[in-house]
Design a binder for this molecule. Structure first.
Ligand SMILES: Cc1ncc(COP(=O)(O)O)c(C=O)c1O
Length: 377
């Protein structure tokens, strides 16, 4: 049976009751799964199932279904393939010592997916549908949530324009999907820290552009800058503002923080050109709770250079769901290398990392109500 519904905030639909289940006829064997979970690399192996939901402008969201993971039935003229009308999310599910599976602030990802969708003229996934999809997938593939230290199940919700036509307009049909991938450490050099390449050739986002949206096009446009970073021995690219190149924005897939000698945390403001990271917001709230001063304000490359030289800047770190908190040990540009005074985790980054990952893994109390149990089975 196909379910059709237009949920409104006044009449929320119980989406979880509507998800149709088509179990995988031949899921991965215990042996194969155990092998895959032993040392999961990031984003290379996927669980047995996926959730798909159709949308059309006339019918709204229809037929939420949990089905075996497999290729999508996309017409070669599907709008996403030509015009890049696509948005996505990334969040993690952790296995707690008491056996519960919990997602970290999935409500923030649901909100951001809707905001990204608005910017890309895609349909907004109702929050209830987002959570029902996550729940259904984690319940079906709960055995894929790893239990090794630092390991988790990474979820990738996405919305793509699926209508088949050629022409530049918002598609009248879309597909919402969620897939899952067991994840271990993101950067191999994570503990020692990473180097950032200051790109002066490429910009990530301009005023009025899509910088604040999590859309595929932003990442496609960043790849060549990322290649340039790699050619200079750096793990990530640092993007500055498109107009002047003076102001720090963010790394290719992470937000940035500088720590001053008095313990103040400084991070660039979210004025439309950077992604509002869930980890960034969590670090800001956690840091304030721990008694650190926090500043969301423009932070210049020249200030970074000057304060690092004088010792007034003590730590730099990057934040993101995939790598949580990663120390930045140097900023490399065509004519200078700015070393961060602290190599590896400094005391502030270490404390925030310990608190945040402690909450995520269930060893530190969740005093902000950030965890949501998912996939009860
Ligand atoms: C461009 C960009 N900035 C920042 C982030 C960090 O966001 P979050 O903490 O929500 O993972 C990401 C990762 O999703 C990203 O891709």
């Amino acid at each position: 049976m196909t379910t059709t519904t237009h949920a409104t905030s006044e009449h929320p639909t119980d989406w979880s009751a509507l998800v149709r289940t088509e179990p995988h006829p031949s899921p991965a064997s215990d042996e194969k799964r155990t092998q895959a979970l032993r040392a999961p690399a990031f984003g290379t192996c996927f669980t047995d199932h996926m959730v798909l939901v159709d949308w059309t402008r006339d019918a709204g969201w229809t037929d939420p279904r949990l089905v075996p993971l497999g290729p999508l039935p996309l017409h070669p003229a599907a709008a996403v393939l030509h015009y890049g009308q696509e948005v996505f999310e990334g969040l993690k599910v952790y296995r707690h010592p008491d056996g519960r599976l919990v997602a970290f602030r999935p409500d923030r990802n649901a909100v951001r997916l809707r905001r990204s969708a608005r910017r890309l003229a895609l349909p907004e996934v109702p929050e209830g549908l987002f959570h029902a999809a996550v729940d259904a997938l984690v319940a079906a593939d709960h055995a894929w949530v790893p239990s090794g230290p630092g390991d988790s199940l990474y979820l990738r919700p996405f919305v793509v324009a699926s209508e088949a036509f050629l022409g530049v307009r918002a598609a009248d049909a879309a597909l919402f999907g969620v897939i899952a991938s067991p994840a271990g450490a993101y950067f191999h050099a994570g503990v020692d820290g990473i180097s950032l390449w200051l790109s002066t050739t490429y910009s990530r986002a301009g005023r009025g552009g899509t910088g604040a949206a999590k859309c595929g096009g932003n990442y496609a446009a960043s790849l060549v800058a990322q290649q340039e970073a790699a050619e200079h021995g750096c793990a990530q690219v640092l993007f500055t503002d498109a107009e002047t190149g003076r102001w720090v924005e963010e790394a290719g897939s992470m937000n940035l923080f500088a720590v001053l000698a008095d313990g103040t945390l400084v991070t660039p403001p979210t004025t439309g050109t950077i992604l509002e990271g869930v980890t960034r917001d969590s670090v800001l709230r956690l840091a304030a709770d721990l008694g650190y001063a926090t500043q969301e304000r423009p932070f210049g490359v020249d200030e970074w250079t000057r304060l690092a030289a004088s010792g007034e800047l003590t730590e730099v770190f990057a934040t993101g769901t995939a790598a949580v908190i990663t120390p930045v040990v140097r900023l490399v540009s065509a004519d200078a290398v700015v070393e961060t005074p602290t190599v590896g985790f400094g005391p502030v980054a270490r404390r925030l990392h310990a608190e945040l990952t402690g909450m995520q893994f269930g060893t530190v109390p969740d005093r902000f109500g950030w965890l949501r149990e998912v996939g009860a089975h």
